[in-house]
Design a protein around this ligand. Structure first.
Ligand code: DP6
Length: 326
């Protein structure tokens, strides 16, 4: 009747940008990400037959409006599967608030999927959990697993994520935080607008499918340089596709572009760092763990007002024994 779960954010190296089915959150293409070892979301779901509707508290603040509606719709899916009609109290916190805008919908819905399915007595394996998390937010399907993770396109039954063996690849991610505030336009709305109006969208989908295949081959041979180049290229292509939407979607700011240039400078100096951006102005750099300090130092010199966060590969979602952690 009550369960707590934790999940970490993930950053896509090959991006999910566009839905084939908005109700089921089925992606147009496959994608691939790295689950980070920082900024976990911890969520408790407790059934309460005395309340008339689900309640949501985020970092101690009771929610109304869209975030509450999104969680209620998600809990309805869990209730449909479990046969229960009992409403729940959901309490969610970001355990290590990084102020990096990393408290993403990915970690949030992965933690909610695990906590809610356990609280309602569903016994889901990781694949079923990934499919469930996908319904809350597409990228959440990937935060069920640790390390490098691939999410398949397909139908409701076949669109889930699974871990990818990345033996021989030691990956680090340096996050440059330009602005920790709310994004100007949500990823959901931005990707729908891009799909509907950007003439570049079909090329994006085709190119991403090809780059995902290349990425899987690069990972299999532990080719760090190819992994990095594909990461940066795929991100630039995603943002170029958005620029072709109308009204245009642009997350890149002047400061973001300067940091992307700094990655090229690092490479010219012999330090491999590759930039990637999501639905916000912050820039993430894929590099080797041994280079992380040097990468951060050069980026800090480029943008003295940015804040930095350094992460490695992290673990997948887990249930938390509250008695043990109390
Ligand atoms: C740019 O998973 O947030 O981070 O499914 O509508 O909730 P919804 O979208 P969301 O989109 C993530 C977009 C991205 C790329 C990625 O993580 O693959």
């Amino acid at each position: 009747m009550r369960a707590t779960a934790e999940a970490n954010p993930n950053i896509a190296l090959i991006k999910y940008w566009g839905k084939a089915d908005a109700a089921l959150n089925l992606p147009v293409t496959g994608s691939l990400s790295l689950t980070l070892d920082t900024a976990p979301t911890r969520t408790t779901v407790e059934l309460d037959s005395a309340i008339a509707d689900d309640e949501l508290v985020l970092s101690g603040v009771a929610q109304t409006g869209r975030s509450l509606e999104r969680v209620r719709r998600f809990l309805d899916l869990v209730r449909d599967e479990s046969g229960s009609t009992v409403k729940s109290r959901v309490d969610s916190v970001n355990l290590i608030p990084t102020g990096a805008g990393l408290a993403s919908s990915a970690s949030a819905f992965a933690a909610l999927a695990a906590a809610a399915s356990a609280a309602y007595g569903l016994d889901l394996d990781d694949r079923a959990l990934s499919r469930l998390a996908r319904r809350g937010s597409g990228s959440a399907s990937r935060s069920i697993f640790g390390g490098v993770v691939r999410w398949f396109p397909g139908d409701d039954a076949s669109s889930f994520a699974e871990p990818v063996d990345s033996t021989g690849l030691d990956l680090a991610m340096v996050v440059a935080v330009i602005d920790a505030g709310e994004k100007s336009i949500s990823s959901t709305e931005a990707m729908n607008r891009t799909t509907a109006t950007s003439p570049f969208y079909p090329a994006w989908a085709e190119s991403t499918t090809r780059q995902l295949d290349e990425m899987l081959r690069a990972i299999a041979r532990a080719d760090f340089t190819a992994v990095g180049e594909l990461t940066e290229s795929n991100s630039l292509r995603m943002h170029a596709t958005m620029a072709g939407a109308w009204p245009p979607v642009r997350y890149q700011r002047a400061a973001s572009i300067a940091l992307i240039d700094a990655a090229a400078e690092l490479r010219a100096a012999g330090v491999e760092a590759y930039a990637t951006m999501d639905a916000g102005p912050n820039v993430k750099f894929l590099c080797r763990p041994v280079d992380a300090d040097r990468v951060e130092a050069h980026l800090a010199a480029t943008d003295p007002s940015a804040r930095f966060l350094s992460a490695r590969a992290g673990e997948g979602v887990r249930l938390v024994d509250e008695a043990a952690t109390a």
